[in-house]
Design a protein around this ligand. Structure first.
Ligand SMILES: [Zn+2]
Length: 285
């Protein structure tokens, strides 16, 4: 079933009509969002505070459905708590906040490790289904597989959610990979909204990717993390992290890149962050 929120129009112009047509999801949404879950979001997830009331309610609805549909599996003795499920779900759903989306269809489970994990050495079979899989034993904080699962490291997730100023967010990064791979390839281009957007995307992303790669090779300072210079897929994942974590700076320094990402995600993260900061200043005064 396609997940298309299309009624209850919010500022993002979406509604919940098609979503509510699905009986199972409708039942899930009849339950109120638990107050203790909201507390977790308020205390542990900085970007939740940036949202206006309508966006918060919509994110909570996405979280409810996501949590009901996805399996969370604790690895290496990690016990899955409400905090783990709520926080990861919220960050994954933040990317979809204004998109017509079926909530990462094909992803069934999320494997959560307590701390950094080392990938197994390259083996044939499931690990070679995705070009994103590392070929050697490498310490990682997250990994995305085509059609799932997603691997995440809890202490990194927790830190990233509270500290966007670090400009790293492993959940945004790995779920951006899932969006990218929806069309069957990890090439840094998710399914876009029309021919003009593809044209603009190819132009801007090519210029920005080549520039990042050149500066990285020359050892020069870069705005985006140089990890994005690895390939087009990593470029999109890293750019997504910065689009949510450092949007005001991105809009200033890489406006064209910000604009195409804003067009894709249908979110103006820079305006949202400015609103939040101004609101805080007024409250402090
Ligand atoms: Zn990656």
């Amino acid at each position: 079933m396609i997940f298309r929120p299309e009624l209850n129009v919010t500022k993002c112009g979406k509604s919940l009509f098609h979503w509510l047509r699905d009986h199972r999801r409708k039942k899930i949404l009849q339950e109120p969002f638990p107050a203790d879950f909201r507390e977790i979001l308020k205390k542990r997830y900085r970007h939740y505070s940036f949202l206006d009331d309508a966006e918060k309610r919509h994110l909570e609805q996405l979280v409810q459905v996501f949590m009901a549909e996805k399996e969370f599996e604790g690895c290496k003795g990690l016990e899955i708590t409400h905090e783990i499920r709520v926080l990861i779900s919220a960050e994954a759903c933040m990317l979809l906040l204004c998109l017509h989306h079926d909530l990462y269809r094909g992803l069934d489970s999320i494997l959560v490790y307590p701390s950094v994990v080392v990938t197994p050495p390259s083996t044939r079979g499931v690990f070679l289904q995705s070009p994103l899989i590392e070929r050697q034993r490498t310490p990682i904080s997250g990994q995305a597989f085509m059609r799932g699962p997603v691997i995440l490291v809890w202490d990194v997730v927790k830190r990233d959610a509270r500290h966007p100023e670090r400009k790293h967010n492993v959940v945004y990064h790995e779920f951006a990979h899932l969006l990218d791979m929806e069309d069957g390839t990890a090439d840094g281009t998710p399914v876009l909204h029309g021919r003009e957007q593809y044209r603009q995307w190819a132009k801007v992303f090519t210029e920005e990717f080549v520039a990042l790669r050149r500066r990285s090779e020359q050892g020069r300072k870069t705005f985006l993390d140089s990890y994005g210079a690895l390939n087009e897929a990593e470029f999109f994942a890293v750019a997504t992290e910065f689009f949510f974590d450092e949007p005001v700076q991105m809009q200033t320094k890489h406006k064209a890149l910000y604009d195409v990402l804003s067009g894709f995600y249908k979110q103006d993260t820079a305006a949202r962050e400015r609103r939040y900061r101004e609101g805080r200043q007024h409250r402090v005064k």
